[in-house]
Design a protein around this ligand. Structure first.
Ligand code: 13P
Ligand code: SF4
Length: 301
């Protein structure tokens, strides 16, 4: 903490001067998450809370699609992302042209798009979802069949919980696809009694062997409400660090995987973002209205 004190102080002062808020995803490092963030949460919470922000400047400590979503919901505010290279393997897996081809192949079938996508892909969709509301969004449409893009595993995991037929795309999260059912069995053997929580971006056999699956916020709530003696969160590494701070009595077992995109955000580049207005996130006006509609439709569910 001492090594971060200078940057933390400077960021807190810059936030006051600039009337800025920092929205941080659950995968940000503890010095960001606990040290400088004003609003923290999963993708759904960050989108929801972005609407309520009253500041002039929003710094998104997370990845690019999250900053784009914040900009869509706050077109008049300045939205900054400290590193433009903070992308996402899911967002990179699909283009608007792919969505058009899917629609041709499945005429009349609505397209539900995970928020981990570009604004252009959202604009080509009917409605968005996150891992925290995917099943609810699927069932809200009242149709027998939907396309759910681009995360194949999220689509397959939701399909196990609903009667709606789900057609998937082949995108994967490079962090969660690394977990295997074999890992879960090895964990249970090495740590008897461990509660295994998995993110729904994990492969379906991992989710099937876990005790519970949910978005990052849902995993955090689970630990808070059930207080397992020992727990493993099959997700990005910072998640356990951030949740563990609030639960000193819970033993966190930590096989985890790092997201190289999330880890591009640091105190140093958050400070530079606020000092130098970099990097401002803009959404192409040609797609902004349609993308906003897909996000707002999700928020209304
Ligand atoms: P949630 O926080 O919405 O569960 O998303 C996880 C994720 O991978 C975001 O990039
Ligand atoms: Fe994308 Fe996966 Fe990283 Fe989330 S954890 S930003 S889904 S690559």
């Amino acid at each position: 903490w001492l090594s971060h004190a200078g940057d933390v102080e400077a960021i807190l002062e810059l936030k006051r001067q600039r009337n800025a808020v920092i929205l941080a995803h659950n995968y940000q490092t503890p010095e960001i998450f606990h040290g400088v963030a004003d609003i923290v949460g999963d993708s759904l919470a960050l989108a929801r809370k972005a609407i309520e922000v009253e500041a002039d400047v929003i710094v998104l400590a997370g990845v690019h699609f999250m900053a784009e979503t914040a900009k869509l919901l706050n077109p008049e505010k300045m939205v900054l992302i400290p590193d433009l290279g903070a992308g996402c393997s899911l967002a990179d897996s699909i283009t608007p042209e792919d969505v058009a081809l899917l629609r041709q192949a499945h005429p009349g079938v609505p397209v539900i798009t995970y928020v981990n996508t570009s604004a252009a892909v959202k604009a080509a969709s009917d409605i968005c979802c996150t891992s925290g509301n995917a099943k609810r969004v699927v069932e809200s449409l009242g149709v027998p069949k939907v396309l759910m893009i681009p995360d194949e595993y999220l689509a397959q995991n939701v399909a196990r919980e609903t009667d709606v037929e789900i057609v998937a795309w082949h995108g994967h999260c490079e962090v969660h696809e690394l977990f295997s059912a074999k890992d879960v069995r090895a964990l249970r053997e090495a740590h008897p009694g461990v509660t295994v929580l998995a993110h729904p971006e994990c492969p379906p056999d991992v989710v099937a062997e876990a005790d519970f699956a949910g978005s990052t916020a849902v995993m955090s709530d689970y630990v808070g409400s059930k207080k397992p003696a020992r727990v493993v969160l099959l997700t990005e590494c910072s998640m356990s660090d951030n949740v563990a701070v609030h639960h000193p009595d819970v033993e966190f077992i930590r096989p985890c995987n790092l997201c190289p995109h999330m880890k591009r955000i640091t105190l140093k580049n958050i400070r530079a973002a606020l000092e130098e207005n970099r990097h401002e996130v803009m959404v192409d006006p040609a797609v902004a209205a349609a993308a906003r509609r897909a996000v707002e439709r999700m928020l209304a569910v």
